[in-house]
Design a protein around this ligand. Structure first.
Ligand SMILES: Cc1cc2nc3c(=O)[nH]c(=O)nc-3n(C[C@H](O)[C@H](O)[C@H](O)COP(=O)(O)O)c2cc1C
Length: 340
């Protein structure tokens, strides 16, 4: 496969992506999501460049071959350190390196990375140029539309132009500002208003860029509507985590045009069993995986029993795949009762 077709492949994959989410999109979560969609692009949690380069925490790069296509999200603002971290990501086998310019947490602000970098497009461009020069993978950026009292109409196009001039061709835009003073990271995902219209305008202004919209998208219908309206990609965060089946199970057919049958929650559970077994044999705990599986049956008969059985049972000593098999029986019973 030529380099170009590899890049094209990931352009396609990013028609639908699952957003990077700290503590949520770890390797077990990504493995689960991959059982529901073979095609959507998956992002890691943010890994900071200092942790990799200074802390030598290379275990943070661990992932399974089945997760591809998978992008590594980095946090940082030192071009040299980010370049080294990007190189490590390439060597670890990731498909894309993404820079976090959207996270508003205090810890991140004090290290000068995340959303505060919206104020320093020149530095972001320098970081991206260094990451591009250090390794062959595509470097992408996830950003906000602005921070604090910035005027998004002005700063977003300036930011995109400046960073694109460093060689970045693909952006995911969380379509709301981050307010760095006074709001918690959680509030910063809900309170600043969404401005999808502005992202659409950027689509018109920068026809050569690949732009994904992110923020507040909760159904596959909405994903399709954004793609139909001309956006290149849609990134879904919380909804993909809490209702993974709703967002991902039909995605290969509806978003990527494949012809096979849609995935099912039951199928995903069964596909997870050997993975879980191997995790337990290696000394891991069941709950480390099942905590990401609680929403698999969201909205379906038996969803509550499923959640309860997993949340209560997965901590118990000796808990293993059998618990999931028992919970699946409950789902089947609940479905039968509901259809009578
Ligand atoms: C628990 C959690 C952790 C997050 N961690 C990250 C992160 O590590 N990097 C990042 O760029 N965004 C992070 N975000 C923001 C999401 O990627 C996304 O931009 C945001 O949730 C809005 O999308 P949504 O409305 O589809 O959830 C996080 C969000 C949540 C809920």
């Amino acid at each position: 496969m030529s380099d170009l077709s590899i890049q094209k492949g990931f352009f396609d994959a990013s028609r639908l992506s699952v957003a990077p989410m700290m503590d949520w999109t770890d390797r077990h979560c990504r493995y689960l999501h991959r059982q529901l969609s073979g095609r959507a692009l998956l992002y890691t949690e943010m890994v900071t460049a200092p942790a990799l380069v200074r802390g030598n925490a290379l275990h943070l790069l661990d992932h399974a071959p089945e997760e591809h296509p998978v992008a590594l999200q980095l946090g940082g603002s030192d071009p040299k350190e980010l370049a080294q971290a990007a190189r490590l990501g390439f060597e670890a086998g990731y498909d894309e390196i993404n820079l976090n310019v959207g996270c508003p947490s205090d810890r991140v602000q004090s290290g000068t990375f995340g959303a505060v970098l919206m104020k320093s497009p020149g530095l972001v461009a320098e970081c991206c140029a260094a990451m591009i020069a250090a390794q062959p993978l595509e470097v992408t950026v996830k950003c906000r539309i602005g921070v604090d009292d910035q005027e998004p109409q002005e700063v977003l196009p300036e930011f995109l132009a400046r960073v694109a001039s460093a060689g970045v061709g693909r952006f995911s835009i969380h379509a709301r500002k981050a307010w760095l003073q006074g709001l918690s990271p959680k509030e910063n995902r809900d309170i600043p208003p969404l401005d999808y219209e502005l992202v659409q305008q950027m689509r018109g202004l920068f026809p050569a860029l690949h732009l994904s919209v992110n923020g507040g998208i909760t159904t596959l219908d909405q994903v399709e509507a954004f793609l139909d309206a001309g956006l290149d990609g849609v990134m879904v965060g919380r909804a993909a985590y809490h209702q993974p089946t709703d967002i991902l199970a039909a995605a290969d057919r509806r978003i990527f045009g494949t012809t096979g049958p849609d995935a099912t929650a039951e199928g995903a559970v069964r596909a997870m069993l050997p993975y879980i077994e191997a995790h337990l044999v290696a000394g891991g705990r069941l709950n480390q995986i099942t905590r990401h599986m609680l929403g698999l049956f969201a909205g379906r008969p038996g969803a509550r029993v499923w959640r309860r059985m997993l949340s209560e049972g997965a901590h118990r000593p000796g808990a293993g795949p059998r618990l999931l098999e028992q919970a699946l029986v409950e789902i089947e019973l609940a479905s039968r009762v509901a259809s009578v």
